[in-house]
Write a protein that binds this ligand. Structure first.
Ligand SMILES: NC(=O)c1ccc[n+]([C@@H]2O[C@H](COP(=O)([O-])OP(=O)(O)OC[C@H]3O[C@@H](n4cnc5c(N)ncnc54)[C@H](O)[C@@H]3O)[C@@H](O)[C@H]2O)c1
Ligand SMILES: [Zn+2]
Length: 364
């Protein structure tokens, strides 16, 4: 995509080209300038939910109109439980009703749920229409809006129906984080810390001293951009981004998704760190620093006591693999460096999990 007057912060090289990433306070008000009108049809759709729409949709549509666009706002209900095929169908219905065409952009204004479902709709409607990510949560800025994965859930699993759909632009306004509930901000911070452990030791150090700001988000994005550029379709190093996620997904599943994803990731990365230390793959100090930073940021580092290690191994789908010595996990080697560990023995896995359960309350 051609770029207009204000400069993007970053770029991501995709298999088909490259797309800009804008990251600046107030950038939502420049949406209509950023998107070069001549490359698109005027009719476009802003997909959002009532909570985010109320806060930011008017600013985005006003800017789009000033840029010569003719936007409609499509709201879907708020929550992961609506990231499904029924809601997707309602999006197609609205797109058809509004006469969207092949060059009509679909803009996803919201957190990862909106980005994932609007992105999948954009990937499939008329075999693909232009897509713009406008992340408004920390998790979506640092993670979900980067890398082109889009999906909806199926009753038998999260993100089961999906595609790769790189956006033509990401427009992220860190000022929008001011209205984000504290728990959501914390959940996003878990992924930022995860990215720092994967590829930016200096960012990790800094996170111990500073609060989230534009620079922190940009550096977390950069870690993901680098891995996605090297391995866009996840056949090798992109898997590093799954640090803590095999454990995290198992805990989310066992909690029937009551445990927030970011919190599950904080616990999962902490378990991975304890396991890496146990296997002699990282130093004790590395493990301690990881767990301490999560604790400092009020994130959990231990699994709820109601689950036992055996249940977690089963929910990981790891029983058979571990028994056959085929267990593959992403483990930290040092701050800023991870590795894919093969053949992790079941005993070590169970021991690290047991060490990671919340201790029972003292009897007083
Ligand atoms: N595609 C990917 O690569 C990828 C990566 C990670 C996560 N995800 C997906 O992302 C989803 C989680 O995303 P999330 O954590 O952003 O959750 P979310 O989209 O549910 O947003 C969390 C809550 O914050 C509200 N909200 C959003 N922005 C706000 C703002 N600025 N002010 C006030 N409230 C605001 C939302 O309405 C929602 O209630 C999951 O579905 C997950 O599967 C996708
Ligand atoms: Zn994640």
């Amino acid at each position: 995509m051609e770029t207009n007057s204000i400069a993007p912060a970053l770029h991501l090289r995709t298999p088909g080209g490259s797309h800009p990433i804008w990251l600046a306070g107030g950038v939502l008000d420049h949406t209509g300038e950023i998107l070069p009108r001549r490359e698109f049809t005027a009719r476009c759709a802003v997909v959002t939910n009532p909570a985010v729409g109320k806060l930011y949709a008017a600013r985005v549509t006003e800017s789009l109109r000033a840029g010569g666009f003719d936007p409609i706002v499509v709201e879907i209900p708020d929550g992961e439980e609506y990231k499904n095929l029924d809601t997707l169908r309602s999006l197609y219905d609205r797109f058809i009703e509004a006469r969207l065409e092949r060059h009509s952009p679909v803009l996803a204004l919201g957190g990862g749920v909106i980005g994932d479902i609007a992105g999948f709709a954009a990937a499939t409607f008329m075999r693909g229409v232009p897509f713009v990510q406008m992340p408004t949560t920390l998790l979506a800025m640092a993670d979900a809006s980067i890398g082109g994965k889009v999906a909806v859930d199926h009753p038998s699993g999260k993100n089961l129906i999906g595609a790769f759909k790189f956006p033509c632009a990401v427009i992220a306004d860190p000022e929008a984080l001011a209205t984000l509930p504290v728990a959501e901000l914390r959940a996003g911070l878990a992924e930022v810390i995860k990215n720092a452990i994967i590829g930016d030791a200096a960012l990790f150090d800094e996170l111990g001293r500073v609060e989230v700001n534009g620079d922190v988000i940009a550096r977390a994005m950069r870690v993901k951009i680098d891995l996605v550029e090297r391995d866009p379709f996840e056949s090798s190093v992109r898997a590093h981004l799954n640090l803590g996620h095999t454990f995290g997904h198992a805990l989310e599943k066992l909690s029937h998704f009551r445990l927030r994803h970011g919190y599950a990731v904080a616990i999962g990365v902490s378990i991975a760190a304890r396991l890496a230390w146990r296997l002699g793959r990282c130093e004790a100090a590395t493990c301690d620093r990881i767990v301490d930073l999560f604790e400092q940021k009020s994130l959990p580092t231990r699994a709820p006591r109601e689950f036992d290690a055996g249940q977690i191994v089963e929910a990981m789908g790891a029983d058979k693999k571990a028994a056959e010595g085929k267990m593959r996990l992403i483990l930290p080697r040092a701050i800023g460096e991870v590795e894919i560990a093969e053949g992790v023995p079941r005993e070590d896995l169970v021991a690290a999990l047991e060490e990671s359960l919340t201790p029972p309350h003292p009897p007083f």
